[in-house]
Design a protein around this ligand. Structure first.
Ligand code: PLP
Ligand code: COI
Length: 339
């Protein structure tokens, strides 16, 4: 497939030339294999199919003005996949194997890394599956680790312009002491009904509240939540949200800008006090939030009366994306250039 319209790429799946696979058997990982098939064959009793014993990751590679390919913070994704594997009893993927798999896949699909200046990137999707046949509920003895890539545009159609989101009280994506802090498919399955409801009502995504008390903000669909006020960046502390690498990056950037940073529970009563709010993640980058609507309590907050993203979100977005493409200095050491 040849892509010409890089500017209008959706956040969707486009087949590329190759993916890589590695199999875990008898307590060890085998050699990395290169495949050009989009399909995988597995046992019908594989634990990933029945009991959701699977993990995934998401990160991006960017083409700079100099034509070089830059991978953003892959070590943090390797660490998160390790934590997820420990969390749901998958075989862990060593950092070296993770690195070899993602860099091999990017190199084999170099022609799909979008050119500089189109707001597009190469999305990298590692996948770890329990493939052993079990019928009793227990961890698999066999695993498959694979990586595929696909060129993507912005996750929310509007790109860097404000979206409206809906507070979700009737559904939770994760239990208080459940798997919300791990990147497992089950969390996303649990989010689909509420996500569809939000879409039907014209919202970009849902804002989940803490599952235990419904008093605090958890996260914004497939992205973390942040609010800005009084030169302070505030983001939820919660056991049931995904530890976002984008959020960690924004925290470091805000500190560097001399802002205060607070990671703590955010009561919903505090929402009207923010000057700016947004969602952040690999796919969402920084998505400014215009309105938060609570259909149950009939509450409505409007953060961009002029329809434009706020100044702090704009500054953070421009800086983060410039680091990613190499336009700004990589002062935090987040970039690895493909050689
Ligand atoms: N929260 C959820 C539920 C996500 O799926 C993601 C995406 O990975 C994020 C937050 C953002 O995390 P990151 O910035 O590491 O992509
Ligand atoms: C990401 O931002 O990488 C995600 O995983 C979000 C995704 C579920 C679309």
């Amino acid at each position: 497939m040849n892509i010409t319209d890089w500017k209008n790429l959706p956040f969707g799946y486009i087949n590329t030339d190759y993916n890589v696979r590695c199999y875990y058997k008898d307590g060890k990982w085998g050699e990395l294999e290169i495949s050009s098939s989009e399909y995988i064959v597995m046992h019908m009793a594989a634990t990933c199919l029945h009991y959701g014993q699977e993990a995934f990751e998401g990160m991006k590679a960017f083409r700079g003005k100099d034509g070089k390919i830059r991978v953003f913070r892959w070590k943090n994704n390797a660490k998160r996949m390790y934590d997820t594997a420990k969390g749901i009893k998958l075989a862990v993927v060593p950092e070296e194997l993770f690195k070899k798999a993602i860099f091999t896949t990017i190199r084999l699909n170099e022609r799909f890394v979008p050119p500089y200046g189109h707001g597009a990137s190469l999305y990298i999707r590692p996948l770890l599956l329990g493939t052993g046949a079990e019928v009793g509920v227990k961890p698999s003895k066999e695993y498959m680790f694979m990586v595929f890539v696909t060129p993507v545009g912005p996750y929310f159609k509007s790109g860097f312009s404000p979206v409206d989101i809906m507070i979700c009280r009737d559904f939770d994506r994760a239990a208080p002491l459940g798997t919300g802090c791990f990147k497992v498919g089950g969390n996303y399955a649990a989010s689909l009904t509420s996500l569809e409801l939000a879409h039907e009502k014209g919202f970009a995504t849902t804002l989940y509240l803490d599952a235990k008390e419904k008093k605090y903000v958890d996260e914004a669909g497939p992205a973390n939540f942040f609010g800005i006020k009084n030169n302070t960046y505030v983001t939820p502390e919660s056991r049931s949200i995904l530890p976002s690498i984008t959020n960690m990056s924004l925290i470091d950037m805000c500190k560097d800008l001399g802002m205060k940073v607070e990671r703590r529970p955010i009561p919903i009563e505090e929402l009207p006090t923010f000057e700016e709010v947004g969602a952040c993640g690999t796919a969402a980058v920084i998505t400014p939030i215009r309105k938060i609507v609570d259909p149950v309590q009939n509450i409505f907050y409007d953060y961009c009366k002029d329809g434009k993203p706020g100044p702090v979100s704009t500054k953070l977005y421009n800086w983060l994306t410039s680091i990613q493409t190499g336009d700004a200095e990589d002062k935090f050491g987040w970039i690895e250039i493909l050689d």
